[in-house]
Design a protein around this ligand. Structure first.
Ligand SMILES: [Zn+2]
Length: 138
């Protein structure tokens, strides 16, 4: 296994153990460190989410229609927006690579920021490791 990763020319400080997820929504390789990656959520809502949105909206509209009247029809849009926001936040939480700190969503928006985040990741990793592990003399 070690020779497999050595042949891929992976940096020696990158932890080659992969973080396996149950029911991964997406399998891919990190473009920066070439490690296997998985995320548990897709960025788009699933058909099940749309069913949940419809059911929750129906319940909220029927409960509040007597008080709010026509304003109660805003519930489906609020529920839909909250589902979309939650899904995007969960996706964004999963995307940064645990091996090298590369965040593809930031890379798409702002390359300098993505580069800065990778630098911060390595700085934090260097500071958290004990001194004996970093120095090649020991
Ligand atoms: Zn990576």
């Amino acid at each position: 296994m070690k020779t497999k990763y050595q042949s891929l020319n992976i940096h020696p400080e990158i932890d080659v153990r992969t973080y396996k997820m149950k029911n991964a929504a997406l399998d891919f390789y990190c473009p920066l460190c070439r490690m296997e990656r998985q995320v548990s959520y897709r960025v788009n809502l699933s058909p099940l989410n749309y069913i949940q949105i419809i059911m929750l909206s129906f319940i909220l509209v029927t409960l509040t229609f007597s008080r709010m009247e026509a304003f109660a029809l805003i519930w489906p849009f609020l529920v839909w927006a909250s589902f979309e926001i939650t899904r995007r936040l969960l996706f964004k939480r999963d995307v940064p690579c645990p091996h090298c700190g590369f965040d593809a969503t930031w890379y798409k928006k702002d390359v300098k920021m993505a580069r800065k985040l990778v630098g911060e990741f390595w700085e934090k990793k260097k500071n958290s490791q004990p001194e004996s592990k970093i120095s090649p003399t020991k």
